[in-house]
Design a protein around this ligand. Structure first.
Ligand code: FES
Ligand SMILES: [Fe+2]
Length: 322
C-alpha cells in the first residue's frame, strides 16, 4: 500500500467531472485504493468501492431512489453513505454499521478531486481557469508506468525539449538554455522567465525565443505559462498516483490567442508531445526520484529540479522518492 501522509491528506484529480453522470456509478483508483464515484440529486460522491455486507463492488451497482444500490443483495445507500434499505428485510431499519466509507470530494476545473484523509489545503489554484480571455482544452489522462515525482520533474524540465520534442518544442542546434531564478513562494516553488528557443511557439510557423515560468503547487501538481509577446500559453498538470508505479497525468491547456484554431489540433499536438515523454520517463533509473542531490548530476539549467527535490525533502514526501 502507498503509505504517504502528505499524499493521503492532499487532493487528487480522479476523473473529468463532466464524465460522471447520474445514470451509473464509475470505478476509479487512487493511491492503490478502489473507489466509486457516483452522482445524484444531492451532488457527487466518492466512496470506498465496497459494500460492508459481503464485500461486493458498489461500482457494479445501480442508481435507484436517489441511492446507490449494491449489485449483490440490493442494499441501498443514501447520499450520506448510510444504508437505508435492505430488500431482504424491508420492515427492519438497517443497522448503524451498514455504512459506506465516504471521502471528501470536490469539483473544480471540470475535474473531480478526492482526498482520502483530511485535506491540509484547498485544491491547487489555476487562475487562467476563471479568466475568459483564455480558451481551455482538457488533455489526458495520460498513463505513465512510473512514479509521480519523475513525471512532474519531466514536466518542469525545459532542457529535454530539443531532444525528446525535436521539431515540436525545440531544436538540437538551439539547445542552450538561458539563466533564470528559482524561489519558494506561498508554500510552493516558482521558476521565473526561463528563456527557451522554440521552432514554432504559437503555431504561426516562425521560430522565437519564449519565456517559461513554472509554479510547483503541490508535490504532484504544477503549472507553467509560456510567454511570447502578448501570447500566453499555460498548462496545468496534476499527476495522480493510482498505483505504486502507475500515474495518470491530467492536463488543462489555456491559451489567450488562436481561439479560432480547432481544439482537436491542439489536443493532437499534446498527445504527440506526451507520447514522446512517456517512454523516456518510464525508462528512468532509479525509478524513485533521488532527493539526495549527490545521487545524480545537476547543472545550472537543472535549477528547477534541484529546488523541486529539496522541497519534496522538506515536505517529507515518501512516495516515489528515495
Ligand atoms: S454484498 Fe452488498 S448487499 Fe450484499
Ligand atoms: Fe516533455
Amino acid at each position: 500500500m502507498i503509505d504517504d501522509p502528505v499524499l493521503l491528506n492532499d487532493w487528487h484529480a480522479v476523473a473529468w467531472a463532466s464524465q460522471i453522470r447520474d445514470t451509473e456509478p464509475t470505478p476509479i483508483r487512487l493511491l492503490e485504493n478502489e473507489l466509486v464515484l457516483w452522482r445524484n440529486r444531492d451532488g457527487l460522491h466518492a466512496w470506498r468501492d465496497l459494500c460492508v455486507h459481503r464485500g461486493s463492488r458498489l461500482s457494479a451497482g445501480r442508481l435507484t431512489n436517489n441511492c446507490l444500490a449494491c449489485p449483490y443483495h440490493g442494499w441501498e445507500y443514501d447520499s450520506a453513505g448510510r444504508c437505508v434499505r435492505i430488500p431482504a428485510h424491508p420492515e427492519q431499519p438497517p443497522p448503524a454499521r451498514a455504512h459506506a466509507t465516504v471521502y471528501v470530494v470536490k469539483e473544480k476545473y471540470d475535474l473531480v478531486w478526492v482526498c482520502l484523509g483530511n485535506p491540509a489545503k484547498d485544491v491547487p489554484v489555476f487562475p487562467e481557469w476563471d479568466d475568459s480571455s483564455f480558451e481551455k482544452i482538457m488533455a489526458g489522462p495520460y498513463l505513465y508506468r512510473a512514479h509521480g515525482p519523475r513525471v512532474i520533474e519531466n514536466f518542469l524540465d525545459v532542457t529535454h525539449f530539443p531532444f525528446v520534442h525535436a521539431g515540436y518544442l525545440g531544436d538540437p542546434s538551439e539547445a542552450q538554455i538561458g539563466d533564470y531564478e528559482v524561489e519558494e513562494f506561498d508554500g510552493g516553488i516558482i521558476a521565473k522567465d526561463i528563456p527557451v528557443w522554440q521552432p514554432d511557439p504559437d503555431g504561426t510557423g516562425r521560430p522565437a525565443k519564449v519565456f517559461y515560468t513554472f509554479h510547483v503547487l503541490r508535490p504532484l501538481t504544477a503549472a507553467f505559462t509560456k510567454v511570447h509577446g502578448e501570447n500566453r500559453f499555460s498548462m496545468f498538470a496534476s499527476v495522480t498516483p493510482v498505483g505504486e508505479r502507475e500515474s495518470l497525468a491530467w492536463l488543462i491547456i489555456a491559451l489567450n490567442y488562436a481561439h479560432d484554431a480547432p481544439a482537436e489540433e491542439l489536443l493532437r499536438f499534446q498527445d504527440i508531445v506526451t507520447r514522446q515523454d512517456i517512454p523516456v520517463v518510464e525508462a528512468q533509473r532509479p525509478e524513485l526520484l533521488p532527493l539526495d542531490l549527490q545521487a545524480e548530476l545537476h547543472l545550472r539549467s537543472d535549477r528547477t529540479a534541484i529546488a523541486y527535490r529539496q522541497w519534496l525533502k522538506k515536505l517529507g514526501l515518501r512516495y516515489g522518492t528515495a
